[in-house]
Design a protein around this ligand. Structure first.
Ligand SMILES: *Cc1c(COP(=O)(O)O)cnc(C)c1O
Length: 430
């Protein structure tokens, strides 16, 4: 569920009128609902409670300090993909020993930092990476806890840029080679400690079947590794999809009722628990998008409109530098006026100010005929939204706000122009 709804004609997040936030701090601004995040997290944990299951929130989905701190307060761990994300977790009050570290390109300084901080496990993606961690751990006189990401060869039926579990992409080690690799680790890499096995088949999966297929394929390997190496965990990755199209129009409950084929936390848990429970091993899940995606709307202001021969354009003050999902992988976001309209729907392209044809948030979209000056809410912007933002076109990073009931708090003030150029200098000055 999420906490964005019209009340008396004004779009609210929990008890806060979004127009009030825009009036005080301007746009573009990302507004997060604390209630949505904490309730969805509770639903996750409750649904998986028959297992020894642990949530490792995927930091890259949304890495604001206050959001990470909210996760810390809920006692979850973190799945990180860089030394920078580990630093962020620690800076937000998180515990490094609850961090798993994924990614295909870990550098030596990152590996040293993670070892110094005593992370829970490196989730490794290639034999050469394992040899590098072994070498560094040896030099430091420690044992590095590792798991390898197994690639189970399952088609996740998601966009090609966010599918990761087939043998045609850069992630993981093929399931046909994983047993041989673990034997090599055990025989040749004395500074590594085999702690688990990991997989992650893709992002924004809207069906349960690929998860079930992957678990069924890999479970026999897990059984073997429990016997051979005494592994203590199996991380089954993240990837649980959210609702991007339809969630506000009819209300999310109604939407779910009409789309029984779309993945839910409960459906996901019910399908995988019978497969995982008999293994008797700790299960880690790494949701990112599912915990923060629907929990945020980005506020933006309509600047101009242009009615051409073929198309109507609405120019807004948010660009692909603020949310790149539509440009990068055809991401879809609902866009609603914060003051409700009635019966004036038109078809338009919603485009940003960036000098790129790919800078659109919606194309050929049926939308309220909003006028310049009106504030819009781009929904489901909480995952891979702000965390992918840049200052392209020298546009300051947007502000971020956390709503808690009737109150709202700035959790990132809008960047200043000075801050954009911080660190730049003329030759010889730096
Ligand atoms: C990105 C990522 C996740 C999170 O994916 P979501 O689709 O946001 O749930 C989990 N695990 C790994 C290894 C990742 O790279």
């Amino acid at each position: 569920m999420h906490s964005f709804a019209y009340k008396n004609g004004s779009l609210h997040c929990e008890g806060v009128n979004l127009a009030d936030i825009a009036a005080v701090i301007g746009t573009p601004t990302f507004v997060y609902s604390k209630k949505t995040i904490t309730e969805d997290l509770s639903e996750f944990r409750e649904a998986l409670s028959p297992l020894d299951a642990h949530v490792a929130y995927a930091v890259k989905a949304c890495s604001n300090k206050a959001i990470l701190n909210l996760m810390v307060q809920q006692g979850v761990g973190f799945d990180i993909v860089s030394g920078g994300e580990l630093w962020r977790v620690i800076n937000a009050g998180g515990d490094a020993t609850l961090c798993t570290y994924a990614g295909v390109g870990k550098t030596e300084p990152e590996i040293r930092y993670a070892l110094e901080q005593n992370i829970y496990c490196f989730n490794c993606e290639s034999e050469n990476e394992l040899r590098e961690i072994n070498r560094i751990a040896g030099e430091m006189g420690v044992h590095a806890p590792i798991a390898v990401r197994v690639n189970p060869h399952v088609d996740a039926h998601t966009h090609k840029y966010i599918t990761t579990g087939t043998n045609e992409n850069k992630f993981g080690v093929d399931i046909t080679r994983i047993e041989e690799l673990y034997a090599t680790i055990a025989a040749e890499m004395p500074h590594l400690r085999i702690r688990g096995l990991q997989m992650h088949i893709g992002s924004q999966l809207t069906e349960i079947r690929p998860f079930v297929e992957a678990i069924e394929k890999v479970a026999p390997v897990v059984r073997k590794f429990i016997d051979l190496y005494g592994i203590e965990f199996w991380s089954i990755g993240g990837g649980i999809g959210i609702v991007y199209d339809g969630c506000l129009a009819s209300g999310l409950s109604a939407w779910w009722a009409e789309h029984p084929e779309h993945i839910t936390i409960r459906g996901y848990a019910d399908a995988i628990i019978p497969l995982l429970k008999p293994l008797g091993i700790k299960i880690i899940v790494e949701p990112g998008r599912r915990l923060t995606g629907n929990a945020c709307a980005m506020l933006t202001t309509c600047l101009y409109e242009k009615r051409g021969e073929a198309k109507t354009f609405k120019m807004i003050d948010a660009g692909m530098n603020d949310i790149i999902r539509p440009a990068l992988y055809e991401g879809y976001h609902e866009i609603w006026p914060v003051t409700e309209h009635r019966d004036d729907t038109i078809v338009a392209d919603i485009v940003g100010p960036i000098c790129e044809s790919g800078d659109f948030q919606a194309q050929n979209r049926a939308i309220a005929d909003v006028k310049p000056g009106e504030v819009l809410a781009e929904m489901s912007a909480g995952a891979y939204g702000f965390s992918m933002a840049s200052t392209y076109n020298s546009r300051p990073l947007a502000a971020e706000v956390l709503v808690d009931g009737e109150k709202w708090h700035i959790i990132r003030r809008r960047q200043t122009l000075e801050e954009i150029v911080t660190g730049e200098c003329l030759p010889g000055e730096c």
